[in-house]
Design a protein around this ligand. Structure first.
Ligand SMILES: Nc1ncnc2c1ncn2[C@@H]1O[C@H](COP(=O)(O)OP(=O)(O)OP(=O)(O)O)[C@@H](O)[C@H]1O
Ligand SMILES: [Mg+2]
Length: 378
């Protein structure tokens, strides 16, 4: 008799994303949230901006993401001296001879599936206007008056600072084109710092690649994920609460957030959007980078209480306990061990999330080290 096995319905593209997520996370230190965001941006086809101090791994992550994707890519480090030719291609000399002004875009931004703009806010006005149109409407006019669709799926941008509130209209508009925006901080944990120092190559080793066609399939699958009633209610409640606190992201931003959350749910392997997945919305639902991101994170944590945010918070507390403990002082070490055990209990009470198991392993390791160090100190 043939044994009946339950059909396990795995989407091979979703599995590829999960694999890339693991491989990126194994190589790049303390960037799990940024990795999730980069993969979500890719699935949602929404542009991503990372802002952080020099050398915090922004380029490492964004270059790694683009090295995983197939398709045509274009990267540029923008300065105020960068000329439009470098982004959009030179003006065709043969066309000029016939009194036509048209750019040859071969190998340049208008022909790329994926674009990395480093120091994006340094772009001059001459570049900004065209860039804005490409990012938003995904069309380009090479000079001949014909507006053509560009293949662009994703633009990732990096910068050392947020544009200031006094920046001109163009820069504010550019800032708004990035649906996903996140501040990146330096490595916090001691274990992370050791890995940074003593691993000489931090580039991830991918065992797969992903073609633009597969990304498109992922985008469609994510866009058709249904929302649970709880998740819908939570998003609406979050927006109401934010409005009360004076945070009112524009209608386009709110609308796009829905797609971003679906993309994140797809990345998490879900077949329905749950309140849990609203975690990612902390990177979309604000306009002013000075105070609003924190407010948004608090409101989302309060209303949707996503596991991922709890894990991040508990890991931060873990680092604080470790860094403020003197292991040679036995009372101090015992207190720290008790606090770590308490954090572990809280982690154990959370529902499954990709980062949860990793966090618990890390915490147990820290507890073991702490005990060993205090035994040695006796
Ligand atoms: N979180 C991290 N994980 C692994 N390696 C890191 C990390 N942060 C920095 N590094 C190491 O530092 C190098 C420099 O980082 P990277 O060039 O990505 O910084 P950046 O944020 O792009 O800086 P800049 O703003 O100057 O462009 C990386 O190639 C890597 O070796
Ligand atoms: Mg860089």
């Amino acid at each position: 008799m043939k044994l009946l096995r339950p059909e396990i319905d795995t989407d091979p593209i979703q599995e590829k994303f999960a694999q890339a997520r693991r491989e990126l996370s194994a190589a790049i230190i303390e960037r799990d949230e940024e990795i999730d965001l980069a993969l979500t941006a890719l699935i949602a086809n929404e542009h991503l901006l990372l802002v952080g101090p020099p050398g915090c791994g922004k380029s490492l992550l964004l270059d790694s993401l683009l090295s995983w994707t197939g398709g045509t890519k274009f990267s540029i480090l923008l300065t105020k001296f960068t000329v439009p030719e470098e982004c959009f291609g030179p003006v065709s000399l043969s066309a000029l001879k016939e009194d036509r002004y048209v750019r040859v875009t071969t190998g340049k931004l208008p022909e790329a599936d994926y674009v990395f703009t480093d120091e994006v806010f340094k772009a001059s006005s001459a570049i900004l206007n065209t860039l804005l149109r490409i990012l938003n409407e995904r069309v380009y006019d090479a000079g001949d008056g014909i507006t053509r669709k560009v293949p662009l799926k994703l633009c990732v941008g990096a910068s050392n600072e947020w544009p200031s509130s006094e920046t001109g209209k163009e820069l504010s508009a550019l800032f708004d084109r990035f649906t996903l925006r996140r501040a990146v901080s330096l490595i916090r944990s001691q274990a992370g710092r050791q890995k940074l120092l003593w691993t000489r190559n931090h580039a991830p080793k991918f065992t797969t690649t992903i073609s633009p066609e597969e990304v498109e399939k992922a985008r469609r699958a994510a866009a058709s994920l249904p929302w649970s009633n709880e998740a819908k209610a939570a998003l609406e409640a979050i927006l109401r609460e934010l409005a009360k606190e004076g945070v009112q992201p524009g209608d386009r931003r709110q609308f796009k957030t829905v797609g971003v959350v679906q993309a994140f749910a797809y990345l998490c392997g879900a077949d329905e959007v749950q309140p849990e997945h609203l975690e990612v919305a902390q990177n979309c639902l604000w306009d002013d980078p000075t105070e609003q991101p924190q407010k948004v994170a608090q409101v989302i944590a309060k209303i949707a209480n996503p596991t991922g945010m709890r894990v991040t918070q508990l890991l931060l507390e873990t680092e604080q306990v470790i860094s403020s403990c003197d292991v040679r002082n036995l009372t101090d070490a015992a207190k720290a061990a008790a606090k770590l055990s308490e954090i572990d209990k809280q982690l154990a009470g959370l529902r499954g999330n990709g980062r949860l198991d990793q966090a618990r392993t890390y915490l147990k390791e820290q507890l073991r080290k702490l005990k060993l160090a205090s035994i040695e100190a006796i």
